[in-house]
Unconditional design. Structure first.
Length: 150
């Protein structure tokens, strides 16, 4: 039997699409013990100012996953800043992939951060875990996933 795509991928983090004021927004913490890679998709609607997305890697203390318990953060990857000035980046998307073997040895937690600068922007972010070490991957979906139709 062929594996369903919904069984191969897990919805592991999100920043709900909304009109955001200038601030920093964090998605859920991802435990890379369960996945070989995660793909992040940021969607930007109308940009009033600049929107950037930065990815941070955290190492936990004694397995505690709360972001305020992390002892170190290292940027893993960053997309090019999306903005309204010059090139109009409104109504665009950016995709970024992080593989577990790109993390610093000993680090296993990943979290995405969306920074909206100056005024505001319509934006959202979705992270999908792929190549789960244990199947099906959708057992690791966020509790906010209401339905899977395959």
């Amino acid at each position: 039997m062929v594996e369903q795509l919904s069984e191969a991928l897990a919805v592991v983090c999100c920043i709900d699409p909304d009109a955001y004021a200038a601030s920093t927004y964090h998605c859920d913490v991802i435990d890379m013990l369960y996945f070989e890679r995660v793909i992040f998709i940021v969607q930007v609607g109308t940009l009033v100012a600049t929107a950037t997305i930065n990815f941070q890697v955290y190492e936990s203390i004694a397995g505690v996953v709360a972001p305020n318990s992390f002892v170190a953060m290292n940027p893993v990857k960053v997309i090019t800043q999306l903005d309204q000035a010059g090139v109009n980046d409104s109504n665009t998307q950016a995709v970024l992939e992080v593989k577990a073997d790109e993390l610093t040895p000993g680090y296993r937690y990943l979290q995405a951060r969306l920074q909206v600068g100056v005024a505001g922007a319509d934006a959202g972010l979705l992270g999908l875990g792929d190549t789960a070490r244990w199947k099906p991957a959708n057992v690791y979906d966020l509790a906010s996933v209401r339905e899977i139709v395959a």
